[in-house]
Design a protein around this ligand. Structure first.
Ligand SMILES: NC(=O)c1ccc[n+]([C@@H]2O[C@H](COP(=O)([O-])OP(=O)(O)OC[C@H]3O[C@@H](n4cnc5c(N)ncnc54)[C@H](O)[C@@H]3O)[C@@H](O)[C@H]2O)c1
Ligand SMILES: [Zn+2]
Length: 349
């Protein structure tokens, strides 16, 4: 078991390790003010881990109820959020009570935003069970729901009181979602740590899961502590994402999943920057082989022109500059401000 303390506007511990969920009631009891809580979870995760968690909490004197919603991104919606508010009200949840988010990033974002907004804010604990949630979304306090105009457009910064990441829960995570999380793990290696990149590039990552997760969370901790409200450094977490989002959008969110689109986005921007002399050392080959080793794609059959068009929003297309995240070496990211015309050349020529 390892503990990382995040010193943001609110300090909290991230407990990472095999079997830590078994001791959850103790950890949670130490940070919450009341013994009344609601577990928020989806219909895949609750049956596997929720029932046991509820029992453990009840044995420690907690009064627990559960709000279980259908799994998937479409539940990160105002409709489900409204149902959740209604549930919290029906359960007479007060300012001193809390929410426990048990599940992947969808659960964490939805439950976190409910916690940020219900009664102007109540405490919440993150128990991430997907790789993406353990290394990324459960730490840092970004919470949100989607609206028809776009993903994550309504949200709030709200740090959790505690994060418990039990690496054993990843044993039931379907491979496709595991691989998705690995896309973000490669990103952390590229932007911050060659050592982490090398660990992932070796290939047998399931033998080093705890080590990898701890390294990723520690990077996220440092970035969030420096720039909690996403005004500068935190932007480097978007490495690969501008083109990744463009791929997801071009494919109407029915093609490559997020982590895989980010994998391609990282490779495309790196090889383009190499080709245009922005990167002096040749690193795209290493990145490509790391992606392949981890069952991640590095190319997609979409014209560069379309990717460009879909990676800048309409307002930006003709005038502004765009911040592009480029890793000039493995383990170090730069925020490069380019006029849109230069960015267009970079992507399409
Ligand atoms: N808040 C942030 O900082 C942040 C950062 C990155 C991503 N996100 C958000 O995270 C979401 C994606 O997260 P995700 O990939 O975890 O999606 P998810 O929550 O939908 O989980 C993926 C799938 O795996 C299932 N699952 C999760 N854990 C499981 C387990 N241990 N065993 C079996 N099944 C399990 C879920 O039921 C779901 O079907 C997106 O909405 C994205 O916007 C947020
Ligand atoms: Zn991402």
């Amino acid at each position: 078991m390892q503990k990382i303390t995040v010193k943001a506007s609110q300090s909290y511990d991230v407990i990472i390790g095999s079997g830590v969920l078994g001791s959850a009631a103790g950890y949670i009891g130490d940070v919450l003010r009341s013994r009344r809580t609601v577990i928020v979870s989806d219909d895949n995760v609750f049956p596997i881990y929720g029932t046991k968690l509820k029992e453990t909490l009840e044995k420690s004197g907690f009064a627990v109820s559960e709000f279980v919603f259908p799994h998937g991104e479409q539940s990160k919606s105002h409709a489900v959020l409204l149902n959740l508010y209604g549930f919290l009200a029906a359960q007479n949840i007060t300012r001193s009570d809390s929410i426990i988010a048990l599940g992947g990033g969808v659960t964490g974002d939805l439950a976190g935003f409910a916690a940020a907004s219900y009664l102007r804010g109540i405490d919440y604990v993150q128990i991430p069970t997907s790789l993406l949630a353990q290394i990324d979304s459960s730490v840092g306090g970004k919470t949100a729901v989607d609206i028809p105009a776009g993903k994550n457009l309504v949200g709030a910064f709200k740090q959790p009181k505690l994060v418990i990441a039990d690496t054993d829960t990843l044993s039931t995570l379907p491979d496709a979602f595991f691989d998705d999380g690995m896309g973000e793990a490669v990103k952390y290696g590229m932007i911050w740590s060659e050592e982490l990149f090398d660990l992932i590039a070796e290939g047998n990552i399931k033998d080093h899961l705890e080590e990898m997760i701890v390294k990723c969370v520690d990077i996220k901790r440092e970035v969030v502590e420096t720039d909690e409200y996403d005004k500068g450094l935190r932007m480097i977490l978007n490495f690969g994402h501008t083109l990744g989002h463009a791929i997801e959008k071009t494919q109407n969110f029915c093609g490559l999943s997020h982590g895989k689109a980010v994998a391609v986005g990282m490779y495309l921007i790196t090889s383009a920057a190499e080709k245009h002399g922005i990167i002096k050392d040749s690193i795209s080959g290493k990145l490509r082989s790391c992606l392949e080793t981890n069952r991640l794609p590095w190319s997609v059959d979409i014209p560069a022109e379309t990717l460009f068009e879909n990676s800048v929003n309409d307002k930006k297309r003709f005038s502004d500059d765009i911040n592009v995240i480029i890793c000039k070496t493995i383990g170090k990211a730069d925020i490069v401000k380019l006029p849109i015309s230069e960015y267009k050349k970079l992507i399409t020529e």
